[in-house]
Design a binder for this molecule. Structure first.
Ligand SMILES: Cc1cc2nc3c(=O)[nH]c(=O)nc-3n(C[C@H](O)[C@H](O)[C@H](O)COP(=O)(O)O)c2cc1C
Length: 148
């Protein structure tokens, strides 16, 4: 099974999440490729079974240019038959905008026809032990579903 992780990260928290998930999925036997959103074309997801997007949220939910461009590309794809998962780091002091871009991307993957493999994982700032557990559990759910 091929998993493709794309992450958006300015201060490293989402990149850390991507690294943790990559290792987890490799342990479950997935062939994983991971890259920064700025250097990735959304059509790369077409080559994978499991499509993952991990993102920050800045500016009270408004997308930065790098994730807005990728979002527009994603919405044009036909990902039917593929599975997806979204994750991200935010800050609860932003209230209703907490991890808003994670949920924007959940919607975009659904619009592209993909099937959600596990519930969105949202964490606060840098991944602590609880956050790592959440990522590990999500990876197990994805593996159980796809490796069946
Ligand atoms: C100017 C600014 C705006 C932010 N806006 C939000 C927001 O709207 N919602 C949210 O959940 N977090 C918000 N955050 C918090 C970041 O998303 C959080 O620190 C995240 O861990 C950063 O991820 P990164 O290290 O991968 O860049 C904001 C942070 C800054 C500095």
């Amino acid at each position: 099974m091929k998993a493709r992780i794309v992450y958006a990260s300015m201060t490293g928290n989402d990149e850390d999440m991507a690294d943790i998930l990559e290792e987890d999925l490799q342990d479950y036997g997935f062939e994983v490729e991971s890259s920064d959103v700025s250097f990735t074309d959304a059509s790369d997801y077409l080559k994978s079974d499991l499509c993952i997007f991990i993102t920050y949220t800045y500016g009270e939910g408004k997308m930065t240019d790098e994730i807005a461009d990728f979002y527009e590309q994603l919405k044009t794809l036909d990902l039917s038959g593929k599975h997806f998962a979204v994750m991200g780091s935010g800050d609860k002091t932003y209230g209703e905008h907490f991890c808003e871009n994670v949920f924007d991307y959940e919607k975009a993957f659904k619009e592209a026809g993909a099937i959600e493999a596990t519930a969105p994982v949202t964490i606060e700032n840098a991944p602590d032990d609880d956050a790592i557990d959440k990522i590990d559990n999500a990876a197990k759910e994805m593996a159980d579903l796809l490796n069946g």
